[in-house]
Design a protein around this ligand. Structure first.
Ligand SMILES: CC(C)(COP(=O)(O)OP(=O)(O)OC[C@H]1O[C@@H](n2cnc3c(N)ncnc32)[C@H](O)[C@@H]1OP(=O)(O)O)[C@@H](O)C(=O)NCCC(=O)NCCS
Length: 393
């Protein structure tokens, strides 16, 4: 198989759902903006793009139809650039990158764009009209279980305490705060968002403004400051608003090319996709997914956890992230160097693409060689992609 080289990987800042700065900016605009920015950053003629794949966990409403194709057209890409929308819930963005890479690896394409999008403002988690199967939902209710309850199950079954969850959450916020102060988020492209402002005459006008940083980071979060919060999922539970991922709006994009195309167009590679693995697990403890997917990917790559320098492990919930770190024997000093979803947000279908951009920035900043992006997935799954930082083809 050929190699798929990543030549650009970027994201917009994450903003809180419903009351955040993207509350009046439609999801198509978020995605089209970052796709266009991704291509412009390397000076690529969009004519060269064979296909766009975009992950989205709830592809309906404003982010429905075939958002990959719509955003491609909105980004000004020519009609020849095709598009497909991919859904693997929280791994959708990573799946889109993996499938886009695979097209290059198979020789079916030379340049592809893998992206991720979720506006949790415009489309709520679960979608507008979920309709579980009437008989199957009685037979296997856990197939449709609320994500917060799965996190409570992980905490209870594997002995993850409230104190450990809160301490992990505080560490995540502290890392994100430090990264913002130090200017580590080089993968961010400031988003030109918009809002509608009412004039004195009662007429609303559209006003653009720049969003430059992730708005979910609650600087100065302490264990004492979050100890009073109760679990919204279970009486006496350990999962709270402070140790869960935030529900967020986001978009991210990764541009990939074959070796020959990099050479022909003078594109500088940043990384290559080494391998990608997915695995199923029990739906009612979906948070353990990475404990299956990470070893599977490592085995395929002929690597061990010791070979990995940077790990972006999605913090869907502190309880499941802590369990995965423990079971896999991960060195926490390599995990989520610039904070995780507890601090920065988890825009579902965007997350895999967002974490890929962050991973590549962190690999380059630290000089690491191998990096992992992994997450648990609703319905009971885990996904893991391994990337290698490279500077030439
Ligand atoms: C847990 C959850 C229900 C909380 O939702 P929410 O109530 O909207 O959460 P908020 O971030 O608004 O926090 C609520 C309150 O908790 C408190 N709080 C949260 N984080 C805090 C922190 N770090 N420090 C202090 N207080 C905090 C605040 O009082 C906050 O209210 P405020 O924002 O008005 O100050 C929601 O974040 C959630 O469902 N997360 C998981 C999403 C999910 O399942 N994703 C898929 C995973 S597979």
């Amino acid at each position: 198989m050929r190699d798929a080289y990543i030549v650009q990987s970027v994201r917009i800042p994450g903003c809180k759902n419903t009351r955040g700065q993207y509350r009046e900016t439609r999801p198509e605009d978020l995605l089209a903006f970052i796709m266009k920015a991704c291509v412009e950053r390397v000076g690529l003629d969009p004519e060269e793009i064979d296909d766009v794949m975009c992950g989205c966990a709830f592809p309906e409403g404003e982010q429905g139809l075939n958002i990959a194709r719509i955003a491609s057209q909105m980004a000004g890409f020519p009609d020849s650039v095709s598009g497909a929308t991919i859904n693997r819930f929280c791994a959708s963005g990573l799946e889109a990158i993996a499938m886009s890479a695979l097209r290059i690896q198979a020789g079916w394409a030379d340049v592809t764009l893998g992206a991720g999008l979720e506006s949790m403002t415009y489309v709520p988690m679960g979608g507008y009209a979920p309709r579980p199967h009437p008989e199957f939902s009685l037979e296997r209710p856990e197939t449709y279980i609320a994500m917060g309850l799965t996190a409570e199950n992980v905490a209870e079954r594997y002995g993850i305490s409230r104190e450990a969850c809160d301490a992990f959450a505080v560490r995540s916020v502290a890392k994100a705060q430090r990264a913002q102060e130090a200017g580590y988020f080089t993968e961010i492209v400031p988003m030109l968002a918009y809002r509608f402002v009412e004039g004195a005459d009662g007429i609303f006008t559209k006003e653009s403004f720049l969003v430059e940083k992730d708005e979910g980071v609650r600087a100065g979060t302490t264990v004492a400051g979050i100890a009073h919060l109760n679990s919204p999922f279970k009486a006496g539970g350990v999962v709270t608003a402070a140790n869960s991922s935030q529900t967020t709006d986001g978009a991210a994009a990764t541009l990939m090319a074959s070796k020959e195309t990099c050479q022909r167009l003078g594109l500088k590679p940043l990384a290559r996709l080494v391998t990608y693995a997915v695995s199923g697990c029990k739906p009612d403890e979906m948070g353990v997914g990475p404990t299956y997917a990470i070893p599977k990917a490592l085995q395929k790559a002929g690597l061990t956890v010791e070979d990995i320098d940077v790990i972006e492990l999605n913090e869907a919930f502190a309880s499941q992230a802590l369990h995965c770190i423990e079971v896999l024997g991960l060195d926490e000093s390599k995990v989520n160097l610039t904070g995780g979803a507890i601090a920065l947000g988890h825009p579902l279908g965007c997350t895999g693409a967002k974490l890929t951009a962050t991973l590549i920035a962190n690999l380059w900043r630290t000089g690491g060689r191998y990096g992992i992006v992994s997450m648990c997935i609703g319905g009971g799954m885990g996904a893991c992609a391994i990337f290698e930082r490279v500077d030439s083809v």
